[in-house]
Design a protein. Structure first.
Length: 152
């Protein structure tokens, strides 16, 4: 698991911790850096996991929808989804109203691997939520405001 950061030169860290975009970027990177540890024992990478979680949340998604939701280039999503299909985690089918649109669905193997790693990700989320304590609701509301203020 990722270790907490030590704070050499705390004054320098404090100056940067007051910069909201720097702090958000640092937190996002810490969270992302922990994902490989949470995926140990699987053949998933971070992008593959995020695709599976997005498809799980929305049932079926097109490659374009995945790109928008995940904020990742459509070509990268397409390559990763094809790799996931080759691993047996997702399948493709045509969109009922648009035959040119490729939809992505979880396979039973995809559901199984997500169930395998879910307790690990749940424990991480619980650790973060516990650290926030009663400020969790306000923090989530503030993060939604930040997200909505940024271009998509």
């Amino acid at each position: 698991m990722a270790q907490p950061l030590t704070r050499p030169g705390a004054a320098a860290f404090d100056r940067m911790d007051g910069n909201i975009t720097y702090l958000l970027t640092t937190i996002a990177k810490q969270i992302e850096n922990e994902i490989p540890d949470l995926l140990q024992g699987t053949d998933l990478n971070t992008t593959g996991y995020r695709i599976l979680k997005s498809v799980q949340a929305y049932d079926d998604l097109s490659i374009s929808d995945l790109g928008r939701i995940m904020q990742i280039d459509r070509a990268q999503i397409s390559r990763a989804a094809v790799a996931l299909a080759g691993q047996g985690y997702v399948s493709f089918h045509d969109h009922p109203g648009n035959k040119r649109k490729k939809m992505v669905s979880l396979t039973p193997r995809g559901v199984e691997v997500l169930a395998l790693v879910a307790p690990r990700f749940d424990a991480r989320r619980a650790r973060i939520e516990a650290a926030l304590g009663p400020r969790l609701g306000d923090t989530l509301a503030a993060l939604h405001i930040v997200r909505d203020a940024l271009p998509r």
